[in-house]
Write a protein that binds this ligand. Structure first.
Ligand SMILES: Cc1cc2nc3c(=O)[nH]c(=O)nc-3n(C[C@H](O)[C@H](O)[C@H](O)COP(=O)(O)O)c2cc1C
Length: 167
């Protein structure tokens, strides 16, 4: 199964990127790393279709059979970078495709807003959004920015429930 993983942080050292990278490794999927900054702001102009990153994004998403969206919680919401990327895409890319939602927060019960907003947008794109979801707090990480063993096992459990053949 071909899986595309969206890393929604615009920050190169964002924890969201770390989670998304681990998910991409575990699932042998393709990572869309929005911290690379090569995706312009969507403006609806046809000329944007000539942009290499836009073309690449549309191609891999069209070919993908499933998705993982990983967003940071920013100001009680999902990241603007992820919403911008999704605005280049449509229900023709996502309709009926299994989609798992993960959020990364600053703690203090953050993350649920990003998850709920992604769920609403997934509905708008006719994605088959999983009921299961997961939030990563600062406590889920160890010194070098990697996931702690416990959190990694929890992630593994969620992924193997959702992608049983892949993990
Ligand atoms: C602009 C901005 C707004 C943030 N707002 C929230 C918030 O509302 N709630 C929260 O739990 N964490 C918030 N955080 C912390 C992030 O969720 C935290 O840094 C987490 O690691 C995910 O972001 P990252 O992938 O960019 O590191 C915010 C961080 C930034 C940069």
């Amino acid at each position: 199964m071909s899986i595309v993983i969206f890393s929604g942080t615009p920050r190169k050292h964002g924890r969201t990127r770390q989670v998304a990278k681990e998910v991409a490794e575990k699932l042998d999927g393709t990572l869309v790393d929005l911290s690379e900054g090569s995706l312009p702001m969507f403006n609806g102009e046809d000329a944007q279709g000539q942009n290499e990153t836009v073309q690449w994004l549309r191609k891999i998403v069209e070919e993908a059979e499933a998705f993982v969206w990983v967003s940071p919680e920013y100001h009680n919401g999902m990241s603007g970078a992820l919403k911008n990327a999704l605005d280049y895409l449509g229900s023709n890319h996502f309709k009926g495709k299994p989609t798992l939602l993960l959020a990364v927060s600053g703690g203090g019960k953050g993350g649920i807003n990003a998850l709920n907003q992604m769920r609403t947008i997934g509905r708008g794109l006719y994605a088959d959004v999983a009921a299961q979801q997961m939030i990563f707090d600062p406590d889920d990480f160890i010194g070098d920015g990697r996931l702690s063993r416990e959190s990694e096992e929890k992630l593994q459990e969620v992924l193997s429930g959702f992608f049983p053949v892949q993990v």
